[in-house]
Design a protein around this ligand. Sequence first.
Ligand code: PPS
Length: 287
Amino acid sequence: MSSVEYIHYRGIDMPTEAHTMESLEYAQNFSVEDTDVFSVTYPKSGTAWMQEILPLLLNDGDLTPIQTIPNWDRAPWLEEKRLAVVVDQLKSPRALVTHFPYRLMPHSFHASKAKVIYVMRNPMDVMVSSYYFHQMAAFLQDPGTFEEFMDKFLEGRVLFGKWTDHVKGWRHTDLGDRIMYITYEEMVQDLPAALRRMSDFLGRKLSDEVIQKIAEHCSFKTMKTNNMSNFSLVPKIYMDSDKSPFLRKGVAGDWKNHFSSEQQAKFTSVIRKDLEKESFSLPWSLD
Ligand code: PPS
């Protein structure tokens, strides 16, 4: 049995290391500005990657933020206690990230013109990434065996709830053209093209040279060596990169190295059932 306790807030679990009742209430009452840009992700879908990308897209490729400010301060999590500490240092346009389901977004967000980039990742790779993260992060519960963790993941007994609920909630918004959807896989396949799509959505006019420069600085390889982005500033007692680095593999399809054919069949049938009444289809095959 794991001794790590989570905070339970309006139907979802979060680690107490970064979240308190105060931080969650602070998030609910947060004053969203029209120029704010949120990257929304289910955990392990590319959050840290977007914390690298957004400040660069919003500052014409100026590297200062990613070279001098840790990712959690340059694009803070809406729900984490750190936001209240750094909020006054954020420069407009502000980049924020959140794992919140749509229903927990602050009231002021709905009334604002703030934009959202929703990054979705193949749930099988999300689960694999999360499994390793639970092994290296001391503030997370022991994941158990791979099979046990898969059951928890499919039932939604994991941080921020069920993957399919998160996706469904963010697929059915009334945000209109304030939200764009992109996949982790699209970013892995052609980062410059993904960056161009994001910068167009954000109304930034960036040259091909700047896009190329951003892509180089946001590559897995470069981020792995950036101490402001690879979580090496976090003491080892909280995150032990010897057990598994935060920037672990950075690829699409690692699930194939972990799932048996029975596990894959179970996983895909649960996900398909959860989504059977949905009008949208997943951008990848789960086979
Ligand atoms: S968290 O804990 O929710 O904030 O995690 P998150 O940042 O969402 O997801 C971590 C995974 O994203 C991968 N990652 C990248 N992949 C490719 N390129 C770049 N630049 C990149 N940056 C982060 C990271 O390696 C984790 O995935 P896995 O599969 O574990 O490697």
